[in-house]
Design a protein around this ligand. Structure first.
Ligand SMILES: [Zn+2]
Length: 359
């Protein structure tokens, strides 16, 4: 009997069609990942899945009909830019639908237990796209759409969404700001694009307490991210007891990334992945869906994605990189911020969980 592969890699060569050579968010990002996995003969360890385009009604769960229509029209008219950062090509609308399709396929396969873990190597990325506006290289919010469909199709009541991209995922925060069924936790550089993601943004209405922002100063490294996990994310997960975990995996936290200013190495990424895996094994039978977001150092990102997959799959692949130690001033600044968020977020989440469980 053929042994079932537990990790799925969701990829489509058409993800490369949305491209602009001189832009950091270009097709070579995915080519570098696939080439490295191929070169190291790791693709054979993965269940390779080719997704289909998402339906407009699926995209409508997060985006307004007006935005979807206007994006389609802009592409049809040959517009080259959605905004100053976000380019369009004649293929962009279809590829954006395919990128969403990848995210939805991954979620459904994990929920139906066809896969334990699904990693979507997709683009364009999604976490900045809000209901009525694409931005920050993102057209549709792949992760938010998949999360919304997990709530409606599988009746998920507690979805933990971790976003470790160096930028705040404003689109995901917005989508679930009033919704206790998604606990959104973002680690991001501050100050940085898009300017949202303050500690005080904790959710509203029934969603109060279910939004945790961890804005960190530039030049934080492995230890600071580890501390955020052990002091905030792990205890929050224990309070929340997720039924499914999603991750916006952005690799612009990598220390050589040209857009981010963090100092995270492959060791840090391996540690973060093992924390996510631990939460998943403890609370939701290992169910994790990961989406690629940013990450603009081509070889660094490819190696980082492979590191994440290696931890998820227990491949015991050695890490060839030195840890970078943060300066003492960064350490102490980050510590203060993390402690402050811990003191605020955990009691708030406990109180909110009490209210929900009583009702
Ligand atoms: Zn980013």
């Amino acid at each position: 009997m053929v042994k079932k592969k537990v990790i799925g890699l969701i990829y489509h060569p058409d993800f490369l069609l949305h491209n602009q050579n001189y832009h950091p968010e270009k097709k070579e990002r995915l080519e570098a990942i696939i080439n490295l996995l191929h070169h190291e003969k790791l693709l054979t360890k993965l269940q390779l899945i080719t997704p289909k385009v998402a339906k407009v009604k699926e995209v409508r769960t997060i985006h307004t009909a007006n935005y979807i229509k206007s994006l389609r029209n802009m592409v049809k008219q040959g517009k080259a830019y959605l905004d100053a950062d976000t380019y369009l090509t004649p293929y962009s609308y279809q590829v954006a639908l395919l990128s969403v399709g990848g995210a939805i396929t991954a979620m459904r396969m994990v929920m139906k237990e066809t896969l334990k873990v699904a990693y979507v190597i997709n683009r364009p990325p999604g976490h900045h796209a809000s209901a009525n506006r694409g931005m920050g290289f993102c057209l549709f919010n792949n992760g938010a759409i998949a999360a919304k469909l997990a709530l409606t199709e599988f009746n998920i009541k507690r979805l933990l969404y971790i976003d470790w991209d160096v930028h705040h995922g404003n689109g995901i925060q917005q989508a679930f700001y009033h919704d206790p069924r998604v606990l959104y936790i973002s680690l991001h550089e501050n100050p940085a694009f898009p300017g949202t993601g303050a500690i005080e943004e904790t959710g509203a209405g029934l969603g109060k307490g279910y939004n945790i922002n961890i804005p960190l100063p530039p030049r934080c490294g492995d230890k600071e991210y580890q501390k955020a996990f052990t002091n905030i994310i792990m205890p929050a997960a224990d309070i929340y007891r997720p039924e499914l975990i999603m991750v916006s995996a952005g690799y612009d936290i990598y220390h050589q990334d040209p857009l981010g200013h963090m100092q995270v190495t492959y060791h840090g990424l391996a540690t973060m992945t093992s924390f996510v895996k631990k939460i998943a094994n403890q609370h939701c039978q290992g169910k994790i869906v990961l989406f690629l977001e940013g990450g603009y150092h081509l070889q660094g990102q490819a190696e980082a994605v492979t590191t994440t997959l290696s931890v998820l799959g227990n491949w015991r692949r050695p890490i060839k990189e030195e840890i970078i130690i943060s300066s003492s001033s960064i350490k102490s600044e980050a510590s203060q911020i993390i402690n402050r968020i811990r003191r605020q977020s955990l009691p708030l989440l406990l109180k909110a969980s009490d209210t929900i469980y009583r009702n």
